[in-house]
Design a protein around this ligand. Structure first.
Ligand SMILES: C[S@@+](CC[C@H](N)C(=O)[O-])C[C@H]1O[C@@H](n2cnc3c(N)ncnc32)[C@H](O)[C@@H]1O
Length: 226
């Protein structure tokens, strides 16, 4: 898992900001009910909402509308993202808001009971450094919840065209990397399907979601900090 240059990361982040400025106009996201969406993601980790009750939860790479905003049962919530100050339409703070990069978390060690890193590690400059930092800030025995998009090995040479993501993994490559820092408790992969009508798929703006639907998977990992 190599790191990318600061300029490559800044390029990806510019695309990221652009995405979040326009996401409600994009066909797959136009009608997303965020509350229902996040309620549907928690069982994919084999968990129920009660798992978060009374816990300190940190969301690294939370984005403007991440899972951390939908966990009122947690006792303490910390949202963390380098673009936090740039996001115009972000949800109100769920507790603590910290802007910065996951490669160097400005947080004390053993702080969180649960750390979420959802669809964010492949956006980072140095994912290996971020995993080490996440391990430092998560208490021993604490739980890391990871979600990442994964691809078949044959697509890897083609994915350099994806400027939004500096990194791409296969499902097994990702699990191997996580297992170097954490104990993987559970993982599963499912096809990524974009909810769009056929008419939307046939538009020039829809082709990439249709193509991605053939190769893209979503990998969910529950890991324990040892
Ligand atoms: C696709 S968004 C996911 C947001 C949110 N987790 C969600 O699922 O809605 C990826 C997020 O990762 C953040 N990110 C990029 N580089 C990062 C880094 N080095 N450390 C922490 N977060 C980073 C981006 O700013 C962006 O908000």
């Amino acid at each position: 898992m190599r790191s990318v240059s600061p300029s490559r990361w800044r390029e990806a982040q510019a695309h990221e900001l652009d995405f979040w400025r326009n996401w409600r106009d994009l066909a797959p996201y136009r009608d997303v009910d965020l509350d229902a969406y996040w309620r549907g993601e928690i069982p994919k980790f084999g968990l129920t909402p009660e798992f978060f009750a009374g816990r300190t939860v940190l969301d690294v790479g939370c984005g403007p509308v991440g899972l951390i905003h939908f966990l009122p049962q947690a006792s303490r919530r910390i949202r963390f993202d380098p673009l936090l100050h740039e996001y115009q339409n972000k949800l109100p703070s769920p507790g603590f808001s910290v802007a910065g990069a996951g490669e160097q978390l400005p947080l004390v060690s053993n702080l969180s009971d649960i750390t979420i890193c959802f669809n964010a590690l492949d956006h980072m400059r140095d994912p290996a450094a971020a995993l080490s930092e996440i391990a430092r800030v998560l208490r021993p025995g604490g739980t890391l919840l990871l979600m990442i998009h994964t691809f078949p090995a044959w697509t890897m040479p083609l994915l350099a065209i994806d400027r939004l993501h500096p990194h791409h993994w296969t499902h097994s490559g990702f699990l191997d990397r996580v297992a170097r820092t954490f104990r993987v408790v559970r993982s599963h992969r499912e096809r990524r399907v974009f909810p769009m009508s056929l008419a939307e798929r046939l538009k020039p703006s829809g082709w990439k979601y249709t193509a991605a639907g053939f190769v893209l998977a979503t990998t969910y990992v529950v890991a324990e900090n040892t």
